[in-house]
Design a protein around this ligand. Structure first.
Ligand SMILES: O=P(O)(O)OC[C@H]1O[C@H](OP(=O)(O)OP(=O)(O)O)[C@H](O)[C@@H]1O
Ligand SMILES: NC(=O)CC[C@H](N)C(=O)O
Length: 775
């Protein structure tokens, strides 16, 4: 038999004292966020008799549709309304009380009599000649701006109470859920409460003679909830900016100020209202975030990440930020690469008893941190506990990691490995009486978001931002500071300043230094060049300086297709090769009959040089000389740049002559390492070391030996990755890899393998770069 109570509506809140407009807005916001339910159809007689009682609160949307609610009906008889800002009050007619005359006398009081913030209901009580014994109804309405180009909706709140009961009814502050709700400024605009209630046809009948059940009007449906596009201070909501800023960087975390009127959450337990919203599909930032998808990302803090996989697979399950629910709820984004993952996995298994579900080193790193935090055993933690957990983590973990994290209801943080290999910094901007904060992998993000006072996180340092302010701590013992040289050569945006060094200026200096080298080698080889041509985009800055210094014409002989991204970071040699051709077009006029000097920032696998040299020759270049701003790259990068296999490097086991022959150049000229280092260091002498391991084979963290490199190659060279991506046939024997973890790891510490199968419904095509990559 069908349970008749199954379809019964419930009060939006069973017991709540709404004191003022703010309280009403908090309840509206809880409804909007889906934590409380609105009333969507007219109350039937049973609902009226059960639900209308002291403390009950109802939210409903006014609608002209037949299925919606036009006005509020509770079947009771009410006095005329009294306005006690911002609510209208109605006393229930008990049948034995005269209607108060319009010459009513009021009791004047010196101030609120309750030990809580002033309340319209208390004021109503104090201004009435007699304390009303029966039920009192209060009503308020507000317009809700749903989204641009849509009509505002009118939301109503109706609350019932009995004066005697009022002091016992919890307020919004006393409600464990509602007290953490943040109401975006300007989202709710006061409407006239009178409209829909006063028009209600009140039938004069005594309480004891209620009408029998009538037909229910309308079936109703879930209330359409508006989007929030303002943050707590009335600016645009924080989260929608993040995709724009993410286009500039690897990761970011932001923390926007929240009005002091909101209670500070001292506990970091994840209340229902500090729930974490996520959007993490595969693809370009501009494609995966449309306005609809980001409008539900609300709140004052968040973490974003654009993944460039350097460990594990391209599985959707490895998309960042990662989340663990215990302790407290942590969201985590990582740039870099760990090198002792094997022993860390054993530790997770045998000691921490935490399951790592993917082959991502970042998931592992997060769990090490979470486990350390868990060990505090505390119900509430503070900054000290976090510093301790991070300090412990830095002892356990080896490799490169620049990270941002968010603790639900608590704040955001950033930290950097003890060698500071990968970059991360912090910026702020003024906001009312406080500041908004941002952590990002590159300073350009701060510029784009209107933040200033960029400050790099120091190696081994952790910074935590909460509503209490900013706390910093050196959590790891001092180690050699060695930022990755490749950030300056290729990776970072030229308009970023990393560790006090302008990437743009360093690239200019690389061009200057390379000019001297070119002049010398050309003379040695009895060669002259007619024109300098950059390989867009990265090398342009250096090439222009080189041309100016050598007083040679500079021509943009290759035009870049702006819809094809960076080829070097594409996964798979076929994809990279195809896209070089798609990306660059040689203009014959600039090449024909000339000795051209093509300047590139680096030659890694030689994919680009090989293709463009052929293109230059195809359009009639006489001689093609290639100059590289970086020395020959002969060693893998194990710190977060995806060149894990020596065999794939064109300079591995080759001298300059043989490199030239392999890529088809008449001559290749490389920058010397001392010149490259000087090009960067001259802008910040405090940096004594740069990680140049790809040129030298010296790895600043230690722990990288021949065994490690050999194993890394077997896991992550293109062929192995191709298998993981379904691009290469996997021998049946190897298909036994389960759970995203590569069980073939040996006892050596290695970067997590990519031999993982594609799980969790991830794409077999990698949408990381652009739509061309699947063609
Ligand atoms: O020798 P390779 O393995 O080809 O790698 C080096 C090339 O890759 C990069 O270009 P990319 O297309 O990634 O980006 P860019 O537009 O920033 O120069 C880099 O600028 C070199 O041209
Ligand atoms: N740099 C990144 O975007 C992510 C690095 C991390 N090692 C991963 O492969 O997920």
């Amino acid at each position: 038999m069908r349970d008749p109570s199954a379809d019964m509506q419930q009060a939006t809140h069973p017991r709540l004292h709404v004191r003022n407009a703010h309280d009403a807005h908090v309840v509206f916001e809880a409804v909007r966020q889906g934590f409380l339910r609105p009333i969507t159809r007219r109350l039937d007689e049973k609902e009226k008799s059960v639900l209308i009682r002291s403390g009950a609160v109802f939210v409903w949307e006014e609608s002209e549709n037949a299925s919606g609610l036009k006005r509020w009906t509770d079947g009771r008889l009410w006095s005329q309304s009294r306005m006690r800002e911002p609510y209208l009050f109605y006393d229930e007619k008990l049948g034995d009380e005269p209607e108060p005359s319009s010459f009513q006398t009021f009791r004047f009081v010196n101030g609120p009599t309750r030990g809580v913030a002033s309340s319209s209901a208390v004021s109503h009580q104090e201004r009435s000649a007699n304390i009303h014994r029966g039920l009192v109804k209060q009503a308020y309405s507000a317009w809700v701006v749903v989204r641009p180009n849509t009509l505002p909706r009118k939301w109503h709140i109706v609350a019932y109470f009995i004066h005697q009961d009022l002091p016992l009814i919890p307020t919004v502050d006393q409600d464990i859920c509602l007290r953490s709700i943040i109401v975006p400024n300007g989202l709710y605009r006061t409407g006239k409460a009178r409209d829909s209630l006063d028009e209600e046809p009140t039938v004069a009948r005594p309480l004891s003679r209620r009408t029998p059940s009538g037909p229910t009007i309308g079936g109703g449906g879930p209330m359409t909830l508006p989007n929030q596009d303002c943050d707590a201070r009335g600016r645009k909501n924080a989260a929608p900016h993040s995709p724009t800023l993410l286009k500039c960087a690897e990761f970011l975390a932001f923390f926007f100020t929240i009005p002091p009127s909101m209670p500070l959450l001292k506990s970091v337990r994840a209340f229902p209202f500090s729930s974490i919203e996520a959007r993490m599909p595969n693809g370009m930032v501009r494609d995966v975030f449309d306005s609809a998808s980001i409008s539900r990302l609300i709140g004052g803090m968040g973490v974003g990440h654009t993944r460039y996989p350097t460990a594990g697979s391209f599985n959707n399950a490895e998309a960042q930020p990662f989340y663990v629910n215990s302790p407290y709820g942590i969201v985590f984004a990582h740039n870099g690469n760990l090198i002792n993952t094997s022993s860390l996995l054993q530790y997770m298994d045998a000691v921490a008893h935490r399951h790592i579900n993917t082959s991502s080193d970042s998931e592992l790193l997060l769990n090490i941190f979470a486990n350390n935090l868990q060990q505090t055993g505390k119900f509430r933690i503070n900054e000290e506990d976090i510093f301790t957990a991070l300090g412990g983590m830095m002892q356990q973990v080896k490799g490169a990691y620049a990270c941002v994290a968010m603790l639900a209801g608590f704040g955001i943080m950033a930290f950097r490995d003890p060698n500071g290999i990968r970059p991360v910094g912090m910026a702020l901007r003024k906001s009312g009486n406080g500041h908004d904060y941002l952590f990002a992998s590159e300073s350009v993000v701060a510029d784009a978001g209107g933040f200033s006072e960029w400050r790099d996180v120091k190696p081994g340092e952790a910074i935590i931002i909460t509503r209490n302010g900013v706390s910093r701590r050196q959590v790891a013992p001092p180690a050699t500071f060695a930022p990755d040289m490749f950030e300056y050569v290729y990776f970072a945006r030229p308009d970023s300043v990393l560790d006090g060094i302008s990437v743009y200026r360093s690239r200019m200096a690389m061009g200057d230094a390379l000019a001297d080298q070119v002049q010398r080698v050309l003379a040695e080889n009895n060669l002259t060049v007619d024109v300098v041509i950059p390989v867009p985009d990265t090398s342009r800055v250096a090439a222009l300086n080189l041309a100016q210094k050598l007083q040679l014409p500079y021509r943009e002989g290759f035009i870049k297709n702006r819809y094809v991204g960076r080829t070097f970071i594409m996964p798979g040699q076929e994809m990279r090769k195809k896209n070089v051709r798609r990306k660059l077009n040689a203009m014959a006029l600039e090449f024909v009959g000339k000795n051209v000097l093509i300047v590139d920032d680096s030659i890694v696998r030689g994919t680009t040089s090989k293709e463009i040299i052929q293109m230059a020759k195809d359009v009639g270049a006489k001689k093609v000389i290639v100059a590289s701003c970086a020395p020959p790259i002969r060693y893998p990068n194990v710190y977060g740049i995806d060149m894990p296999s020596r065999r794939e490097l064109v300079a591995f086991g080759r001298d300059t002559k043989s490199i030239a022959a392999t890529i088809g150049a008449d001559l290749v000229i490389f920058q010397s390492l001392p010149d490259l280092i000087e090009s960067v260091r001259q802008f910040n002498r405090d940096i004594t070391t740069l990680d140049c391991s790809v040129f030298t084979g010296d790895y600043v963290t230690g722990g990288v030996d021949e065994d490690y490199l050999g194993h890394l190659e077997s896991l992550r060279e293109d062929n192995a990755r191709g298998k993981a991506m379904g691009m290469v046939d996997i021998p049946p024997a190897n298909k036994a890899l389960v759970n995203g973890i590569n069980h073939q790891r040996g006892s050596n510490d290695v970067t997590l393998g990519s031999g993982a199968p594609i799980i969790n419904g991830s794409d077999h095509t990698v949408g990381l770069h652009n739509s061309y990559n699947t063609i």
